[in-house]
Structures are given as C-alpha cells and as structure tokens.
Ligand binder design. Structure first.
Ligand SMILES: *Cc1c(COP(=O)(O)O)cnc(C)c1O
Length: 397
C-alpha cells in the first residue's frame, strides 16, 4: 500500500474488507479484553516479538487501524495513538526526559504544551529554555551539554510563525539531540517533518486529521525504535489510550484529509485576502499570503498552507470578541481548529503572556510584531468562503 498516492493512502491504508463478512467499511472493536487460545503471562514484559491482542490499553485492532493509516500518511515506520494531543505531548516529554535533563522548546506554541514545559517539568527536575525557533542562532545558543530534546511547533499557534525544520534538524543531530515537531497545524498533507530530519512528529488528531470536532485524539510518529518504548510508557504505564470508538471516528475523518486540506487552504486564502483588504483589520498572519514574513520558507516547507490564520483589528479586540460571540451566524465563536465548521477565538496578548508564555524583552517584541495586543485566531472551515466573509464583514466595525 505504501507506494500509492496520498489520496489512496488516506482512504485505504490500515483498512481492508472484513475477511469474515466482507464488510467494506471497517468494524469498530470496543472489546477491552481478548480471549486467548493458551494461558500467557500477566505483564507486557512476558511477551516476546509481535504482541498479540491481550488488553485494549496494550493494543486494540481499531486503534491499530488508525495508527497504520497515520503512519502511511506521514511516511513513518510506526505510530502510537493516544487519548488527546496533550496525552501525546506529555508522553513524549515525560518518557523522553528525566531529572537533570534540559529541553529547548519554541517560545510560542500550543498553550497547554507551553504550560506543561514551563510549570510542570521543572517540578520533575527538567529545565526548559524557550526560544524563538525561527531564529537559528537563538536555537544554537540555547543548546547545552545536558540538552536531551528540541521541541518545535510549526506553524506555531496562534501567530503562524514558521520554523525551518531541516535547518533545526541539523543543529539537533550535530548534538545527537532528538528533534520533535508538533505538526498539528500543517498535517502530513502540508509537511512531512520526518523527511526533513525530525525524529518524532506529534499531532493533535482532534484538529484537521479527525476534522469534524467530535473526537479528541493524539498521535506520535517516528521510527519503530523510538515509538516502541513510547508505547510501553504512554499506553501500558501512563494509560492515556485512545478510545476505539474515537479511533474509528478519526480514521473516517482521516480518509478525507487530503481533499479537506485543499478546500481549507482555498477558502483560507480567500478569507485572508478579504481580511487584509478590510479597513477594520490590521495585520493578517497566514503562510499563504505574500505578506507573510517567511513566505519563501512556507513555499519550501508547506505543500499546503492549511486553513488557520490570525489577524489583528484596529478596534478594541475584547469588545469585538463579545460582538462576534453574539452576532456571528455561520462561524462559531469557540476554541479549537481544523474542523469542518469555522471557528474564531480572541487571544489577548497580555493574558496569554501571563497564563502560558511569559515572554519578555526581545522575545515579547517579536511576538507582538505578529500579534500586537491580541489576535483573532480563525480556523477556516469547509463552508462557502463568501458566506464566511459576509459573516465577518457584518460584525467588523
Ligand atoms: C490542540 C493542540 C494540541 C493539544 O491537543 P488536544 O487534542 O486538545 O489535547 C497540541 N498542539 C497543537 C498545535 C494543538 O493545536
């Protein structure tokens, strides 16, 4: 199956007609336990070679089906699926780092990841340095002898700033430090970080890959050598397993990922252009716009510019957020992104700095170049772009 095109892989990888009934659509296996033909050990360590299905926290056929589909889409040897994007993130950080280790991380990324790295990891003896990873000199300067992981997110939430994956991969590999890429905004349709030298890729499946806003999930992808121990830590011991029903829903969503990403991108380009021309709107951040400061990196690294953008407004953003929540008719005023429904949310710079990022000086100034006092993050869904523009035009001052 691996030599097929991405559209074919999205539909078929991991699945096949049921060998007993011929059912064309996949079954969902909700069973938590599996009847055995012979008695076996009680610990995962008692099994050698290919693990049979024993208990759903160790492995489940429907979850496996999704893992195989995602591995095919990402061009990865192996994949482990987890209960949420944060379950995937925490598994990689907690399984990969121990007391005394040092982590270098993007200074702008998903708020939950930022808070975990800055507030929780230090309590376990892991120190984090947060740097602007679009600045290669800053990444170099942050690396220490005890650095054991480099974590980037590209495009980074919520300012859509990009990091050159191939360039930071060289910095990491020169020091034998694994590079982890949170590729949730890009999806494997846009960017394949493993081919650019990354060691692990993390996705929140809750976003574009599931695509319909009805199932939380997460995944980590990479070589068999890196994923296998993570499976023992993250599933068997930490226990953050994906429900088989969610795996089934996300697999169904993933089947249409390539065509949905084309539609998300096409509409996002139109909405971004509309916003850029609107007198009430300040800067618009979208990798597909000619005005994006890393336009050439976007062209090199992103085969699709995805569907999430952010924009500043000239009026008071917090007040306008209230108006949007009450008056938008098509777009939902709600957190999250990557769904078929368009979603918008106000992200206030001061509040975000206090709760999650704590940037100061030059790093804060660089954040504010993109975000000013705050941005509206808009996840452009699969509705008609004209309807989205009309909805926004009605509420913008
Ligand atoms: C949403 C998100 C996460 C967390 O995923 P959940 O499924 O909500 O736990 C992590 N990284 C990025 C970039 C995200 O957008």
């Amino acid at each position: 199956m691996r030599d097929r095109g991405p559209n074919t892989l999205a539909v078929h990888a991991g699945e096949g007609a049921d060998p007993v009934t011929g059912a064309s659509a996949p079954n969902v296996v909700m069973s938590t336990t599996f009847a055995m033909e012979e008695p076996a050990g009680f610990s995962i360590n008692a099994f050698e070679g290919e693990l049979p299905y024993v208990y759903t926290r160790w492995g489940n056929p429907t979850v496996k089906m999704l893992e195989d589909k995602l591995a095919a889409l990402e061009g990865a040897q192996d994949c482990v699926a987890l209960a949420s994007g944060m379950a995937a993130t925490s598994a990689v950080l907690l399984a990969g780092l121990k007391a005394g280790d040092h982590l270098v991380m993007s200074d702008v990324n998903y708020a939950g990841t930022a808070e975990l790295a800055r507030k929780t990891l230090p309590e376990y003896g892991v120190e984090t340095t947060a740097v602007d990873t679009s600045d290669l000199d800053a990444v170099e300067a942050a690396m220490r002898p005890e650095t054991r992981m480099l974590w980037i997110e590209t495009p980074a939430n919520p300012i859509l700033r990009l990091t050159d994956i191939a360039a930071v991969a060289l910095i990491a590999s020169a020091r034998n430090v694994p590079l982890v890429v949170d590729s949730t905004f890009a999806t494997p349709v846009a960017t394949r970080p493993l081919e650019l030298g990354a060691d692990l890729v993390v996705h929140s499946l809750t976003k574009y890959i599931g695509g319909h806003g009805d199932a939380l999930g997460g995944a980590v992808l990479g070589s068999r050598e890196r994923i296998e121990p993570l499976r023992t830590h993250a599933l068997v011991h930490f226990g953050g397993v994906l429900s088989p029903f969610n795996a089934w829903l996300i697999g169904r969503g993933a089947a249409t990922l390539p065509i949905r990403m084309r539609a998300h991108e096409e509409s996002a380009r139109r909405v971004a252009a509309f916003l850029e021309d609107h007198p009430a709107v300040g800067r618009v951040n979208y990798p597909g716009l000619a005005s994006h400061p890393q336009r050439s990196l976007a062209a090199k690294q992103m085969a699709n510019c995805s569907g999430t953008l952010s924009f500043q407004v000239r009026a008071d953003g917090a007040a306008l957020a209230g108006r949007m929540a009450r008056e938008l008719e098509v777009i939902h005023y709600a957190v999250s992104l990557g769904h078929h429904r368009s979603l918008i949310y106000w992200i206030d710079t001061a509040a975000l700095m206090e709760s999650s990022f704590q940037l100061e000086g030059e790093q804060l100034a660089r954040y504010r170049e993109f975000a000013g006092d705050g941005v509206f993050r808009l996840s452009v869904g699969l509705e008609d772009a004209e309807d989205l523009c009309r909805d926004l035009d009605r509420v913008l001052p």
